[in-house]
Design a protein around this ligand. Structure first.
Ligand SMILES: [Zn+2]
Length: 494
């Protein structure tokens, strides 16, 4: 009871009357298009002042987890970063002229890699309610339908700030509320200003009718002009595919043709594809089998959730070289079932992890997600040793990079790769000192312990503080956007 009261109290204090009426409005449907902005409302958020320059520095005397199978761990090691690249990793490195970052009692590791996150939903944090009509899907649909491009920017910027704060250096921003070209541009802008490495995946929009064709011409235009959006190569383009249903519950012929056209467009352009499929453990069987039958499986496919996959289907995914992104934070919360990460892993599939959506998960605490994943797997197996902390960290770093096709750039501290790394300080009361580094990271680390975050050689968090974004401003802008969006919700008829 107190949790519900707290949630309502929070909603009312931040977003006023708008949010309080959204659930009642669902029975009557929400407007398909956001109305034009009245004068004086939803003023543009303050723009970021720019990203810090890439310097040359040595992270000195820390406990290095390279996540590189050859280099391994280096207690008391150094990492030399120059021109955005990892120049060297080892002990007592000589780098005349480089700034020294004293990292005693810290653990340095590759930045965490998220592989599926609907970042635009972030300002709806913890607003998936306790009744079916207030659940994640109706709630995000109601709000999503009345959002404007600027709201996408503000919500995604909140997500990007949290990502950096929490030690995530790469995201796959699965943008499934692209209601028009400007929605895409504004959502991408938030990533550009934050300085994250990202895949930005072009999706449909909340409330799209099942047989409504998507604006593939606009997707092609984004692809053609991508250098405008790529932030110097930090952000790549992805495609969220609609899928074709299961063998036991196939898509209609009309829907199948639309989906075929979608995937053929993405593949013609060489754009990687993601697909939410067979999400629930008790889903009707045959979703992966349907993809295999139609020859849609491929290495360029990132499958999401897939808790309903049979052992035979896991073999099909492995043979195709596709990856699976698991999001135990949201899967457990929404009732999709227990994770199957170890089963996927044992089948030879590249397993990676994801935040998914903060209306369900509350936050984007990736160390916490890895902890949840490992504990759930051990519980399922009645085995203390089922999933090691180090294997869980691999899911959250190098395997995520592999799933996004960027493991040549990031995912391990290997000389020649781009400098995406984080420093975790261990001198706070929830850690104290270094015992077993991998176990500490998965079991004890909180976002507040992340001292420093480096993306592509730019220091985006230092001494626990963000350097390119102003958290107070980011939060205030997101709260103002939610207030405005809430006022746009159609009111319930009484
Ligand atoms: Zn999702």
């Amino acid at each position: 009871m107190s949790r519900i009261l707290n949630r309502r109290g929070f909603v009312q204090s931040v977003v006023g009357a708008g949010a309080a009426t959204w659930a009642g409005s669902l029975a009557f449907g929400a407007a398909d298009q956001a109305p034009a902005a009245p004068k004086g409302q939803n003023q543009p958020a303050r723009r970021a002042t720019g990203l810090p320059a890439r310097g040359e520095f040595v992270v000195h005397n820390d406990h290095v987890l390279t996540m590189d199978p050859v280099l391994g761990d280096i207690p008391g090691g150094d990492v030399h970063v120059r021109n955005g690249e990892i120049a060297a990793v080892g002990k007592n490195l000589s780098a005349p002229g480089a700034t020294v970052l004293d990292a005693r009692r810290m653990i340095v590791l590759p930045g965490l890699v998220d592989t599926h996150w609907h970042m635009w939903t972030t300002f709806l944090r913890s607003m998936a309610g306790d009744k079916p009509e207030q659940g994640y899907f109706p709630m995000t649909t109601a709000y999503g339908q009345v959002m404007r491009p600027e709201d996408m920017y503000r919500s995604t910027r909140l997500a990007a700030a949290e990502a950096i704060y929490s030690g995530i250096t790469t995201v796959n921003d699965e943008c499934h509320n692209v209601r028009g070209h400007d929605y895409a541009v504004e959502d991408i802008r938030a990533l550009q200003e934050a300085g994250l490495r990202a895949r930005w995946s072009w999706g449909p929009y909340r409330g799209i009718p099942p047989n409504q064709p998507r604006d593939l011409a606009d997707f092609e235009a984004l692809h053609r002009d991508w250098t405008k959006y790529s932030n110097g190569g930090l952000i790549s383009l992805g495609f969220i595919w609609s899928g074709i249903g299961a063998i036991t519950s196939p898509a209609s012929p009309e829907r199948f043709e639309l989906s075929r056209k979608e995937i053929e467009t993405a593949r013609r352009l060489g754009v990687p594809i993601s697909l939410h499929t067979s999400a629930k453990e008790n889903a009707p069987p045959g979703w992966i089998e349907a993809l295999a039958t139609e020859k849609f499986l491929g290495k360029d496919l990132l499958l999401i959730h897939v808790l309903g996959a049979s052992p035979e289907e896991m073999k099909l995914v492995a043979a195709a070289g596709a990856s699976i992104s698991v999001s135990p934070g949201s899967e457990l919360r929404i009732g999709y079932g227990l994770t199957k990460a170890c089963a996927f892993d044992e089948a030879g599939i590249n397993v990676c992890v994801s935040v998914d959506t903060t209306p369900l998960t509350g936050n984007a605490h990736m160390f916490g997600i890895l902890k949840l994943l490992r504990n759930a797997e051990n519980a399922k197996a009645f085995d203390e040793f089922k999933l090691t902390a180090r294997r869980a960290l691999e899911f959250g770093t190098i395997q995520g990079a592999r799933a996004l096709g960027i493991d040549h750039l990031t995912g391990s501290l290997t000389p020649g790769k781009r400098a995406d790394l984080i420093l975790v300080r261990t001198d706070s009361l929830n850690m104290g000192f270094i015992t077993d580094a991998a176990h500490l990271l998965v079991e004890a680390t909180e976002p507040a312990n992340v001292d420093t975050v480096v993306v592509d050689g730019r220091i985006l968090k230092r001494s626990g503080k963000l350097t390119a974004l102003d958290p107070e401003q980011v939060i205030a802008d997101a709260a103002a956007a939610l207030d405005e969006v809430g006022k746009r919700l159609p009111r319930a008829r009484s």
